[in-house]
Design a protein around this ligand. Structure first.
Ligand code: NAD
Length: 417
């Protein structure tokens, strides 16, 4: 089997190139849109609880800001690299353009295992990282949000840190904040809810009903656990879930809330007793209707794509499928809802949060969810139309739509000076 390049930034560029070929994008524009506008590498010294000093490396990348301020999460993970953050920032550019938000794309990361830090160490790390990237973030320039192993508390610390420098409270500097602190109702579940809306549309196209549909979720965190619960409410049967420690499987169905309670109590879904253990690799290859990768990149690759048996794959995670795997899945007739569409509900409600913060006027959850549904179903239809028009998969359809929008914004702005 041929080797694949699994560097996420290389993958992001390969995906971009496919759309650029279809759009016959000129060479100069290609170069411009392929590379990040700004990349910042920072060194983050943290006083540890035992009195020692630890230094962590952090990044903030702004891939493109042609259509508005950069927008994108912050990830804490021991494997974070600059190339990963560059890829995630590029995917944010294309995601915001796919759902037509007035944003560009950015992303941040710190190379740290947050599970080994105490809450006070984590707070000092977060405040110092925020201070280091402060020159380039702000409500009108770049607005971070949560990602893997960061949450509403992390965002509250960043908001407070930035506000200390300003001398006044600045709510719009980050999204995904607690509701008590300028957060939006519905933001916590927004990624999952957006994913649910796109799955409903895909089911319609594939002639599948959600009632009794067998669902498999890899990664039982913010996004994965919420999408499992929402699909369960739609009548679907959750048959397997996993996290970084492994997975559990029960063909008769798992109760998503009971699994979440065990994860919260013990730290992992593997301790859920009414199910058989299963590895993350086996879980991806289960016979099921809907497979939801909701963990990290490069899970469905040339190595296993041929053995995937799902009818629909909804990418709650960013970058779970490689370009090589995409070709195989397309040939097998598996309908992939790409990350830049499937998980765009998170950034969409982040946009609502930012709008509410800037206006100081807050909406109820029903309004948030109704507006989210409108944006997600319209974006799905736009992407599907492009995919059908060019006879390509949904990912390429989404890229064609997004790249055309960003290229057009760049053209009408012109190149300075
Ligand atoms: P999270 O930290 O809440 O959850 C991540 C989950 O994945 C955890 O349960 C963790 O145990 C599990 N995991 C980690 N490594 C794993 C592995 N090797 N195999 C299986 N499971 C593993 O993070 P999240 O916010 O839910 O993000 C998950 C994915 O969704 C990421 O790709 C992220 O970029 C994407 N995403 C999140 C949001 C959001 O709003 N939170 C929005 C868009 C996209």
């Amino acid at each position: 089997m041929s080797q694949e390049n699994l560097n996420p930034f290389h993958i992001a560029q390969t995906q971009f190139d496919r759309a650029a070929d279809i759009l016959r994008l000129e060479d100069g524009m290609r170069e411009l849109l392929k590379h990040p506008k700004r990349q910042m590498i920072v060194s983050i010294p943290v006083k540890m609880d035992d009195g020692s000093l630890a230094v962590f490396e952090g990044y903030r990348v702004q891939h493109n800001i042609a259509r508005g301020p950069a927008k994108g999460g912050i990830r804490y993970h021991p494997d974070v690299t600059l190339d990963e953050v560059k890829a995630l920032a590029a995917w944010m550019t294309w995601k915001c353009a796919t759902v037509n938000l007035p944003y560009g794309g950015g992303k941040g990361g710190v190379r740290v295992n947050p599970k080994t830090l105490s809450p006070t160490e984590l707070e000092r790390l977060t405040r110092r990282y925020a201070t280091e990237i402060a020159p380039i973030i702000g409500p009108d320039r770049d607005i971070p949000a949560p990602d893997v192993y960061t949450d509403a508390q992390t965002m509250a610390w960043i908001m407070d840190t930035m506000s200390m420098f300003k001398g006044h409270t600045e709510l719009g500097v980050v999204t995904g904040k607690p509701v008590e602190l300028g957060g939006s109702r519905g933001r916590r579940e927004a990624t999952a809810r957006g994913c649910q809306f796109t799955i409903r549309e895909a089911c319609r196209i594939k002639g599948l009903t959600l009632d009794e549909a067998r669902v498999v979720v890899q990664g039982y965190g913010n996004a994965g656990s919420a999408v499992a619960r929402l699909l369960h409410e739609d009548g679907a049967r959750l048959i397997a879930v996993s996290d970084s420690q492994g997975g559990v499987y029960n063909p008769r169905g798992l109760d998503p809330l009971a699994v979440l309670a065990v994860k919260r109590e013990t730290g992992s879904v593997v301790n859920f007793s009414e199910a058989e253990p299963i590895s993350n690799e086996e879980l991806l290859e289960l016979e099921c209707d809907i497979l939801i990768p909701a963990a990290l990149e490069n899970q469905i690759t040339l190595q296993n794509a041929d053995r995937i048996k799902a009818r629909i794959i909804a990418e709650a995670a960013n970058g779970p499928t490689t370009p090589g795997a995409d070709r195989i899945l397309f040939d097998k007739g598996i309908f992939v809802i790409p990350d830049i569409l499937a998980n765009a509900g998170g950034v969409t409600v982040s946009y609502f949060e930012w709008v509410q913060d800037l206006y100081g006027f807050f909406w109820d959850e029903a309004e948030v969810n109704a507006r989210l549904e409108q944006i997600m179903t319209r974006a799905f239809a736009d992407v599907y139309r492009e995919a059908e028009k060019h006879r390509v998969d949904m990912r390429t359809g989404a890229y064609v739509l997004a790249v055309a929008r960003v290229a057009e914004a760049t053209r009408v702005r012109g190149i300075f000076p």
